[in-house]
Write a protein that binds this ligand. Structure first.
Ligand code: AVJ
Length: 610
């Protein structure tokens, strides 16, 4: 029930935000697309906006001069499309900040305009999208009889607003106050839906808890809304159970934790249990921003399948190995006796981490494709010991991996901020803007595990160029690269005796079966690891055991595989010092250090812009 929206940015006519865009809030009142509960939002609407800074102040006398502006408000109990005054109002009013809502009332609540959002107190405007079951008996609201009687409306939203106002008046920061109200309400009413939206005209705080929430930030503007319009703004979905803090300059998203949920047990023996205060401090040191549209993964998979499986020879990009099962199998691969790269790289990292810390003096560590961040701890330890590190910024396509790794790191590194970004850095390498005091400090970019070997030569060239353009003069890049070596050692590393790599390879077919309703029979394909001598790379392939037809209904494909026909699933390029150094130099990147393990199987490169 309900849809809401908040805006901060340059002054615009309110019509540009509320009625002009395709699938605007106006349209969402009768045709919401993503709404989880209810259908039309016809039980009133409202919006609040802020006076322009040069307008005469209308502060009440007890407000300090120059204090925050008090917003104006317009609310009606009729459907938004049924108010004949609205078009003129929206056309002629402009503001740098807006909060608006269309309402679908819960049974048993006030039906007049007093129950329409936004609610207001001082500079604050507030809206609630959701419902609290049995709200009249909600325990521990902290409200006395006077406050109860002063509720602006008989509704769950007005009650939540009163409990929030108490906290705001006490000076609790907006985000903490919202998170607190959601946690307490959810503890008493586990099925409550609590998408809250709050602004003071300068910042927006919002929670997603049970319904949908999106934001778009670009060109000094930020929009936060229940669902995206189709104005072309770069909308991103906020994960459920999150707190979002936004200004036109930055958006922060942090997971909302249910009260009293115990932190996961640490592998470190020397740690004392985390107190609730620590947990709050941890949450405030962890942020997650997503740069991928919500349907990115589904769309990219469809495109890759149509493109690769429709081609001859057939191929698939290796990133589709890594669903939960695939990531587990890869972790298992790294522990196989035959799979040396992980251990070799770890050996170098352990030995060279102090030098890396001394040479880079990095204040921010940015890791591309961080995954579980397991090997990163060696670097974090060294950079922490050197006393320079303030922020770890992992980038990965998996939000769940980022959240899991990020919260664990916040727990184990008490001074560290973790600023995670869900991104596909191969397409769109935008390094996270530093949010803290390390604004101008040197950054260390890390791309480990020889994942660079998954890129073919043109892709690698483009990627090096992208890296170079993103790096400033005092930044450095740490690159892990597997080296050319004896053929048998290589093939064994990708065709182990326990069949773990075979299972990993076939898992991609399972991913297509699950995600696209394909009917691959895993036993009808053999795992192959081939050393391509000319290209100096391992090629993982799946070979059809017999002539067969595979259907992939979700992308309308029917594939005939001849007996013995091969599907290429991964390239793993092996490098040589001279050619890799030359390739990097061509992109304007200079190799400062080339370190290998004792057996010279793997190289770790410290690279600077030239
Ligand atoms: C994670 C891409 C570095 O190529 O060695 C391991 C993946 N594939 N066994 C690699 C992989 C098969 C791995 N990378």
């Amino acid at each position: 029930m309900c849809r809401h929206l908040a805006y901060l940015g340059p002054s615009v006519p309110l019509a540009d935000l509320l009625t002009a865009p395709e699938h605007s809030l106006y349209e969402q009142s009768w045709a919401p697309r993503l709404q989880r509960h209810g259908t039309v939002n016809a039980d009133g609407f409202g919006f609040g906006w802020y006076p322009a800074p040069d307008d005469p102040p209308d502060d009440p006398p007890d407000d300090p001069p120059g204090g925050p502006a008090r917003p104006g408000r317009y609310r009606r109990a009729v459907p938004i499309w049924a108010d004949p005054n609205l078009p003129d109002l929206l056309r002629t009013l402009s503001s740098t900040a807006l909060l608006a809502a269309v309402r679908s009332a819960t049974a048993g609540t006030s039906q007049d305009e007093s129950a329409a959002a936004p609610f207001r107190d001082g500079p604050w405007l507030f809206s609630h999208n959701g419902a609290v079951p049995d709200w009249t008996r909600l325990p521990d609201t902290g409200l006395g009889p006077a406050e109860m009687l002063a509720l602006e409306a008989h509704s769950d939203s007005a009650l939540l607003w009163a409990t929030l106002v108490q906290r705001l008046r006490r000076g609790q920061p907006a985000g903490a106050a919202l998170a607190d109200v959601v946690r307490r309400t959810a503890a008493a009413r586990p099925t409550a839906r609590l998408n809250l939206l709050l602004t003071d005209g300068r910042g927006i705080a919002a929670t997603r808890h049970g319904d949908t929430l999106w934001y778009a930030r670009a060109d000094g503007r930020v929009l936060v809304a229940s669902e995206p319009d189709r104005s072309g703004a770069p909308w991103q979905e906020v994960p459920d159970h999150s707190l979002l803090l936004a200004t036109p300059a930055a958006v922060h998203i942090a997971p909302l934790r249910p009260p009293g949920r115990a932190p996961r047990p640490s592998h470190r023996a020397d740690r004392t249990p985390t107190s609730p205060e620590d947990a709050d401090r941890m949450t405030s040191r962890f942020s997650l921003e997503t740069r991928l549209p919500a349907d990115h993964t589904a769309m990219a998979l469809r495109a890759d399948v149509l493109n690769g499986l429709g081609a001859q020879p057939r191929w698939l990009p290796p990133k589709w190995f890594y669903d939960a099962r695939g990531s587990e199998l890869f972790e298992e691969i790294t522990r196989l006796p035959e799979y040396y790269p992980t251990r070799a790289e770890h050996e170098i990292l352990i030995r060279r981490a102090p030098e890396i810390a001394a040479l880079t003096r990095a204040r921010q560590l940015v890791e591309l494709g961080s995954g579980s961040s397991r090997k990163t701890r060696v670097l974090l330890d060294a950079l922490t010991a050197a006393g320079t590190l303030e922020c770890y910024a992992p980038l990965d396509v998996s939000a769940s991996a980022l959240e899991e790794a990020g919260t664990a790191l916040c727990r184990d590194y008490p001074g560290l901020r973790v600023q995670a970004t869900v991104a596909d850095f191969q397409r769109d390498l935008v390094l996270p803007e530093p949010q803290g005091p390390e604004q101008h400090g040197p950054r260390l970019l890390a791309f480990l595990g020889s994942t660079v070997g998954n890129l073919d030569t043109p892709e690698r060239r483009a990627f090096h160029g992208l890296l170079r353009r993103t790096m400033s003069g005092d930044d450095a890049l740490l690159l892990g690269a597997d080296l050319v070596k004896d053929r048998d050692v290589l093939v064994r590393a990708y065709d182990d005796s326990q069949g773990v790599t075979a299972a990993f390879n076939k898992n991609v077919l399972q991913v297509l079966n699950r995600e696209l309703n394909a009917d691959f029979d895993l036993d009808s394909f053999d795992h192959l690891a081939v050393w391509n001598e000319d290209e100096e790379r391992i090629e993982m392939r799946l070979r059809s055991r017999h002539q067969q037809t595979v259907k992939i209904p979700d992308v309308d494909l029917s594939l005939d595989f001849a007996r013995g026909e091969e599907l290429l699933t991964e390239l793993s390029i092996k490098f040589r010092r001279e050619s890799l150094t030359a390739e990097l130099a061509a992109a304007g990147l200079q190799v400062r250090q080339w370190w290998t393990d004792q057996q010279r199987r793997f190289a770790l490169l410290l690279i600077v812009p030239d």
